[in-house]
Design a protein. Structure first.
Lengths: 160, 293
């Protein structure tokens, strides 16, 4: 009987090898981790491009509860900021040309990247001043919350 | 029975190892696997990554801005960016690689462009057609929808995309890096031209415009705006655009066609009641920000 128990434990262990928790990567420059599945939730921390997270709750379609790479930060991130692919960043380099192999892996800085932009910009003598400037227009969550509230709009803070 | 129990762990181990044994790890096979990986790398990309979409969008915006002046009005710009954020968070793609941002162009032309990745350019001429905040929301929701639906990327000719994916694949396999920057830049340049030609000269197909309209109605409704304002905006456009004009008139279907499709969707939806205080607040902030547009 003891052997039977041992066997059960062995098979359980064997089966558990395939059942690891889902891991995802941050696919945007930066994303906020919040205390609830809403853009108006309190910001607990920030994750950056390529950060690996472990999904702990995928019951909502638009939001995923994740644990950050350090294992400490846990909270809600918009599903649109995450990908199932592993994003490989080169150590010490923004532009990665070398990386792993399968379709499950996306390489940061691959192809159409900063190098290509620089060359394109100088070849065409294009001015990116306003493009860079417009990217700094980032309303704060408080501004957006007040805007929604005062205007009698939806204050749930994002599709669920 | 005891013997069977004794044998079971062995059977389990055999099972475990048989899963591995299907992979022949002889030297010749390792090399073949290596080549396979390289092939996979070269063939793997079938779409642009959000990061690549970001660089495409920046270039499209830079091109559009090369022949247009920016209306540098802090209050108006801040207002349309807060409004855009409020709408984007209710879209199906609230976050993009670099985020959604809006710039107002100092032009009487009636036009707006939603560049890939979320860089939205809108003219003073178009904002002037809007009679209230809800109608400005309609304009931005439509452009946001083009971004969400990746219509800009779809404007890149298929043959070019195929060539680009091939080059992007080589960029992965080529560990030396940088050697194909020239080829990539050429493809990049042609891809940007495909998109700007579509945005400025040819316009999206009628189907894509109607798709963006339908998605805009959803975004507006989710955000708490009455989607009927979208229909009002189309009616206003109908009175402002000049047939045969070189702006919106050239690149968008006749507002009447769009109105018919939008009204069909709105038919079964009851009007949205807005509390008086909220309506007053919306009107006041719209006037303060865009009163002089």
């Amino acid at each position: 009987m003891t052997k039977l128990r041992l066997l059960a434990a062995f098979l359980l262990l064997f089966a558990s090898v395939g059942a690891f928790a889902a891991e995802m990567s941050v696919t945007v420059k930066q994303t906020q981790v919040r205390d609830k599945p809403s853009y108006l939730g309190k910001i607990l921390g920030v994750l950056s491009y390529g950060d690996r997270v472990t999904v702990v709750d995928d019951s909502s379609k638009a939001w995923l509860k994740v644990t950050g790479p350090d294992g400490k930060l846990t909270g809600w991130v918009s599903a649109s900021a995450l990908t199932t692919k592993k994003i490989v960043l080169a150590a010490g380099s923004e532009n990665v040309q070398q990386g792993a192999s399968s379709g499950e892996v996306a390489l940061a800085g691959k192809g159409f990247n900063e190098d290509v932009e620089q060359k394109y910009k100088s070849d065409g003598k294009l001015d990116y001043t306003w493009v860079d400037k417009m990217e700094t227009y980032n309303p704060t969550p408080d501004q957006v919350a007040a805007f929604l509230q005062q205007g009698g709009l939806n204050t749930s803070g994002g599709a669920q | 029975m005891k013997a069977v129990i004794r044998l079971l762990p062995v059977a389990a181990l055999v099972l475990a190892f048989s899963a591995c044994s299907s992979m022949d790890l002889s030297i010749s096979n390792i090399s073949a696997i290596g080549q396979g990986i390289q092939k996979t790398q070269e063939a793997e990309q079938t779409e642009f990554t959000p990061e690549q979409e970001y660089y495409i969008g920046r270039a499209v915006a830079a091109n559009l801005l090369s022949t247009r002046t920016v209306w540098d009005n802090a209050r108006a710009t801040s207002y349309v960016n807060v409004l855009e954020r409020a709408l984007a968070m209710y879209s199906d793609k609230p976050e993009t690689f670099g985020g959604y941002h809006v710039l107002i162009m100092d032009s009487d032309e009636i036009n707006a462009f939603g560049a890939p990745g979320g860089l939205i350019l809108v003219t003073r001429g178009l904002l002037r057609c809007a009679a209230n905040e809800d109608q400005v929301a309609a304009i931005l929701a439509h452009e946001t929808s083009h971004v969400v639906l990746e219509h800009g990327l779809n404007a890149i000719k298929q043959a070019r995309k195929t060539a680009a994916y091939r080059q992007l694949g080589i960029a992965v396999a080529n560990t030396a890096g940088g050697s194909n920057v020239q080829e990539l830049t050429d493809l990049f340049k042609d891809s940007i031209k495909d998109i700007t030609d579509t945005l400025v000269n040819n316009g999206y197909s009628r189907d894509l415009e109607l798709q963006a309209d339908q998605m805009a109605l959803v975004i507006m409704k989710r955000a708490g705006y009455d989607p009927r304002a979208f229909d009002d905006m189309l009616k206003a456009l109908g009175t402002h655009i000049k047939p045969g004009g070189l702006d919106f008139a050239k690149t968008h279907p006749d507002p009447k066609i769009r109105e018919a499709a939008v009204e069909k969707t709105l038919d079964d939806q009851p009007p949205l009641a807005v509390p008086a205080a909220a309506a007053t607040a919306r009107q006041a902030r719209w006037k303060a920000a865009l009163g002089s547009v």
